[in-house]
Design a protein around this ligand. Structure first.
Ligand code: NAP
Ligand code: MG
Length: 400
């Protein structure tokens, strides 16, 4: 059979541990037999990041900017234990953080739905895509422990010397204070990525904050979204038959629970952190969650939302055949191939990506699954069979 070809490379970022093993198997069993993969390869495995003083991560981020499409394997974010385990020169930053900062992008997380895997909220028949603003707020805060009677002030000193002050509180005794910030440009980039991605997927966009309480801070988010929508996106949304809606965060949470899903839910940094775990859990398994980083300039980086599955890797190294779920990593590849095909007008590549995704869902619906899905499986008349990762990939390949 002639393999599918395409000319612009996809930026391929290899990662760590169990997902590194799955990465090679996915390519060998599901991709290379059908597609002549043209990738620009970056090894983001922890050893190689250490050898290159993490320059490889920056180079990969630059390459995504250049080629517009990347696919990334899960990677270890080093902590003190990893520094010791791998004998690292230093505790390198999270590769995802580095890439996100370079692309100034927004991360969209989307669950992969199969009819045989029932969400905990039965009304959720369509995926809910979470868009989390990944800059500022409590993640870049400044905190002070107050020891006794004190006056806490918020002060902004401008470059020209002008000062604006506001009282936070009069402390009668001990307590705590916190300062947080965000910038118009980061909020605008976030809003732009959300509007663009909604148009991409042709799905409604919901955005929510607490602007009734936070009348300056959260209100600024609401205003920037509203201005951008009116000035640049309203007509495009009407043309695509989709809606943009702003609501209060509490109202939004209640409406999401009662909805059938199908929307993109844009959230501030903290809300997005919390709600993405809630949504992932409610849909079933972290191993069935994909993630795409979209830059305001239109570059896309696809990956699985889960990590390197360390516990399975240690068992794999001890000689065990693990039943680690490769689905989100396969969907990272199909997402990247599909986007490459779409950007370059290679229809066969898009068609292959669709077929691959259908083959994965078909395999699960037929009852061939990995261990993590067993407790969630609900299909009349089907007793699911738990396979190891390789057997599962081969089953998908048969269906493909
Ligand atoms: P994890 O790799 O997501 O795994 C946590 C647990 O979730 C696993 O032990 C496993 O549970 C289950 N799980 C996750 N993915 C699975 C899959 N594909 N198939 C089956 N089960 C799956 O999170 P972690 O253990 O907290 O982190 C491990 C490493 O990944 C860390 O070094 C962290 O820095 C890194 N990480 C990277 C990314 C990324 O690159 N995007 C994201 C998160 C974490 P059982 O053991 O109960 O089977
Ligand atoms: Mg979280």
């Amino acid at each position: 059979m002639a393999r599918i070809k395409y000319s612009t490379p996809i930026v391929e970022m290899q990662g760590d541990e169990m997902t590194r093993i799955l990465w090679d198997e996915i390519k060998e069993i599901l991709l290379e037999p059908y597609v002549e993969l043209n990738t620009e390869y970056y090894d983001l495995g922890l050893e190689h990041r250490d050898e290159t003083d993490d320059e490889v991560t920056v180079a990969a981020a630059e390459a995504i900017k250049k080629h517009g499409v990347g696919v990334k394997c899960a990677t270890i974010t080093p902590n003190a234990q990893r520094v010791e385990e791998y004998g690292l020169k230093k505790m390198w930053l999270s590769p995802n953080g580095t890439i996100r900062a370079h692309l100034d992008g927004t991360v969209f997380r989307e669950p992969i739905l199969c009819e045989s895997i029932r969400p905990y909220i039965p009304a959720w028949t369509k995926p809910i895509v979470i868009a989390r603003h990944a800059y500022g707020d409590v993640y870049r805060n400044s905190e002070i422990r107050v020891d006794g009677k004190a006056e806490a002030l918020l002060e902004v000193k401008y470059a020209d010397g002008k000062i604006t002050r506001s009282k936070i509180a009069d402390f009668a005794g001990a307590g705590v204070v916190q300062g947080i910030h965000n910038t118009d440009s980061s909020i605008e980039n976030f809003a732009r990525s959300c509007f663009n991605y909604a148009l991409d997927l042709k799905r409604d966009l919901w955005f929510a904050t607490k602007d009734t309480i936070s009348k300056t801070y959260d209100r600024r988010f609401k205003e920037i979204f509203a201005e951008l929508y009116q000035n640049e996106y309203e007509k495009k949304f009407q043309g695509a038959g989709i809606k943009y809606e702003y609501s209060l965060i509490d109202d939004s949470v209640a409406r999401i629970i009662r909805s059938n899903g199908g929307m993109i839910w844009a959230l501030k940094n903290y809300d997005g952190d919390v709600m993405s775990d809630m949504v992932a859990t409610a849909f079933g398994s972290l191993a069935m969650m994909t993630s795409v980083l979209v830059s305001p300039s239109g570059a896309y980086e696809y990956e699985a939302a889960h990590g390197t599955v360390t516990r399975h890797y240690y068992r794999y190294r001890a000689g065990e055949k693990t039943s680690t779920n490769p689905v989100a990593t396969i969907f990272a590849w199909s997402g990247a191939l599909n986007k490459r095909g779409e950007k370059d007008g290679v229809k066969e590549l898009c068609a292959f990506a669709d077929r691959l995704e259908r083959a994965v869902k078909h395999t699960i619906n037929e009852g061939f699954i990995t261990g993590d899905l067993k407790a969630l499986y609900q299909k009349e008349g089907v007793a699911p069979v738990v396979l190891n990762s390789q057997e599962f990939l081969k089953k998908i390949s048969e269906n493909l």
